[in-house]
Design a protein around this ligand. Structure first.
Ligand SMILES: Cc1ncc(C[n+]2csc(CCOP(=O)(O)OP(=O)(O)O)c2C)c(N)n1
Ligand SMILES: [Mg+2]
Length: 382
């Protein structure tokens, strides 16, 4: 990559161009602007990034299996997006705050959300998931793009309080077509909010390809909103870490928001309720398989003299243990008490909710009566 590949704003302009520090075969590509942002990442640190990615990949596969076995209602797999999520989340400080959609399981992992805690909502055992303030991470947002507004508002609050923390909004390529995301970008630019808009362009919004939603690289839109845009290889954990550090640093120094487009690929289905074979080809899958985020890190470590067979083995064992623990924890989560669904709707009681609670209570009682009647008819055998 040469400086002439960039336009006046520093944006890489051609669709196949992005910030890349590690190529698909593990070749280290030097970049005059971004290298210094990851100068501290030695082989041990790179090994830790590999470990994160391998463990979240294994946990994700376990969650998919748990859904197939009827233990979860639904699961949106992250497979393929490990580098985009780990690279960005490992750039964060504890006092930063992230607002994600439903696929950022690796971000949750980095924020210290326990894997079993992460799955409670997908099992239907919890109304949301975790205490956001314990992890600096809001619970998953299902409304596409809504979290971009939340992140912007939170960032404006941080600035007003004089904090140098930042917020990050994670969303997908499809979300960039939503009003919420566009409104958030305008607000953030107008108020120099310390927020990073981290868009994982995984090429698909369910069955809609990104080309249908944007005639040009998504990062180019940033210019129109009045903020810098960085297009980064989302399958290159080192480049993502560098790009996110650049954006966070700008936010902390009062420079306002940045839009990052991490170019990546959703390897699995949109959710376990989707069949991607209906809308995309095996060739496309193979093409992206060759750009796998984990194999390139192993290749680079190997070429740098690390015993990668040992590392791979150790991490695989650790990941298998984490997956077994996840399975044991998830399958024993107690079912919630049905009436608890009303507990956290409002801080104060109100008559509208009280009516619904009463109605639902009477509805549930009908089952007790049915059970009691059936039991009496059986002579109490039930
Ligand atoms: C406001 C809104 N509209 C539609 C949907 C249904 N929906 C769920 S996921 C999705 C696609 C999102 O694609 P993208 O933003 O690229 O994220 P990805 O799933 O690829 O991570 C849609 C349209 C929704 N959840 N919310
Ligand atoms: Mg998408």
């Amino acid at each position: 990559m040469t400086p002439s590949d960039r336009d006046a704003t520093g944006l890489l302009t051609k669709p196949d161009q992005f910030v890349q520090l590690v190529g698909p075969t593990g070749d280290r590509r030097h970049d005059a602007e971004y290298d210094r942002w990851v100068a501290d990442i030695d082989l041990a640190a790179l090994g830790r990034l590999y470990r994160d990615m391998a463990i979240v990949r294994r946990l994700d596969a376990e969650a998919t299996a748990l859904q197939r076995q009827g233990e979860l209602g639904l699961w949106p797999p992250l497979a393929g997006q490990e580098a985009a999520q780990i690279g960005s989340a490992r750039a964060l400080r504890d006092d930063d705050f992230v607002f994600t959609s439903y696929r950022e399981h690796a971000v949750a992992w980095c924020r210290g959300v326990g894997p079993a805690e992460l799955l409670t909502v997908w099992r239907g055992s919890a109304a949301s998931g975790w205490n956001p303030f314990e992890h600096g991470m809001a619970v998953p947002q299902i409304i596409i793009g809504a979290q971009a507004l939340h992140a912007t508002g939170y960032a404006m609050g941080l600035a007003w309080e004089g904090s140098d923390a930042a917020s990050v909004a994670y969303f997908g390529d499809g979300a960039t077509s939503e009003g919420d995301v566009n409104e958030a970008l305008i607000f953030a630019a107008s108020f120099d909010a310390p927020v990073v808009f981290f868009c994982q362009n995984n090429q698909w919004a369910i069955s809609e390809p990104v080309g249908l939603q944007s005639k040009q690289p998504l990062a180019r839109r940033a210019d129109g909103f009045g903020m810098p845009g960085i297009r980064v290889d989302g399958n290159d954990v080192l480049a993502v870490l560098a790009a996110t550090r650049v954006a966070l640093d700008r936010a902390r120094r009062g420079g306002g928001p940045t839009f990052i487009e991490a170019v990546t690929y959703r390897v699995g289905p949109h959710t376990t309720a989707d069949d991607p074979k209906r809308y995309r080809t095996e060739d496309e899958l193979a093409e992206w398989g060759a750009r796998d985020p984990l194999t390139r890190v192993l290749a680079l470590l190997g070429a740098s003299g690390v015993d990668t067979a040992a590392l791979e083995g150790e991490v695989a064992d650790e990941a298998a243990r984490a997956a077994a623990e996840l399975r044991a924890a998830v399958t024993t989560i107690p079912d919630p008490e049905p009436m608890s669904v009303f507990d956290h709707v409002y801080a104060e009681p109100n008559s509208h909710l009280a009516r619904q609670r009463d109605h639902y209570g009477r509805y549930l009682a009908m089952f007790d009566e049915t059970d009691a009647a059936a039991s009496a008819a059986d002579g109490g055998a039930r």
